[in-house]
Write a protein that binds this ligand. Structure first.
Ligand code: URA
Ligand code: SF4
Length: 244
């Protein structure tokens, strides 16, 4: 059985971000295979002809920019396809662009994004290097509501394509919407976090954690996020060393 070691949050500026109450009981660490996420009908998959990676990314980006497959296209300012390293080992998936992301066309650039950056820095990651950041839907839902199931289904093909192109070693799902949709589950995030899942029966691990916007409202949960990040890092290291 694989054991994951709990570590103490780092000192320094990151401590402000991640230090919080110790958690009473360790989260379960069972490996489970989630139900398969349904493949949406009419998902806007790019043409299979684009085999060259740079060309495939151009196709994908152009398709997102022109996409009108769901109603969010009518209210967006910019599409927000994703940012970062296209050869990243870590794929971070959030929920949906907010107001600042919609204005700039880049994910996680608002307050929650600053906290996400600090979370990544705490485990030695950077949004430009080794990490790619995207969302379940690429356009902003009005008033920051949760994306509706038909919008998620319409957009799912883009995320599938990104996973296929990036071939990450680990997916970190941040927040309920990302976790539930990636895992095809309706369980609350508190039950999805703290353990290792797999992407659709493949060996690609998924670790879920709380959304930084939730942490801004509930700072006492930061300890759990730190635990989840350590879990993700352990899984990643084992996978990189060929043990997982
Ligand atoms: N929240 C998200 O889930 N994604 C973003 O890009 C910004 C805020
Ligand atoms: Fe297209 Fe996704 Fe934007 Fe909907 S949210 S219009 S499916 S890119």
């Amino acid at each position: 059985m694989v054991r994951y070691v709990r570590r103490t949050p780092p000192a320094g500026p990151v401590a402000e971000v991640l230090a919080a109450q110790p958690q009473a009981a360790p989260a379960p660490q069972a490996r489970e295979t989630p139900p398969v996420m349904p493949v949406p009908a009419g998902a806007p998959l790019p043409a299979a002809a684009a085999t060259d990676s740079a060309a495939a990314w151009s196709v994908l980006t152009a398709q997102v920019a022109a996409c009108t497959a769901c109603g969010l296209s009518r209210t967006r300012t910019h599409t927000v396809p994703g940012v970062g390293d296209r050869n990243a080992d870590w794929l971070i998936v959030g929920e949906a662009p907010g107001a600042e992301e919609d204005a700039r066309g880049e994910p996680f650039v608002g307050r929650a994004g600053k906290l996400l950056d600090a979370m990544l820095r705490a485990i030695g990651l950077d949004r430009q290097k080794g990490v790619y950041i995207t969302n379940i839907v690429k356009c902003r839902p009005p008033n920051n509501r949760d994306p509706a199931p038909d919008e998620v289904a319409a957009c799912a093909g883009f995320l599938e394509r990104q996973i296929a192109l990036i071939q990450p070693k680990l997916i970190l799902a941040v927040g309920k919407v990302a976790a539930q949709n990636l895992l095809g589950s309706e369980e609350p995030i508190g039950r999805l976090r703290g353990r290792v899942w797999r992407w659709r029966g493949t060996d690609l691990p998924i670790v879920a954690t709380y959304h930084p916007a939730y942490l801004l409202r509930s700072p006492l949960e930061k300890r759990k996020v730190w635990d989840d990040l350590c879990l993700a890092q352990d899984v990643y290291r084992q996978r990189s060393s060929g043990a997982a």
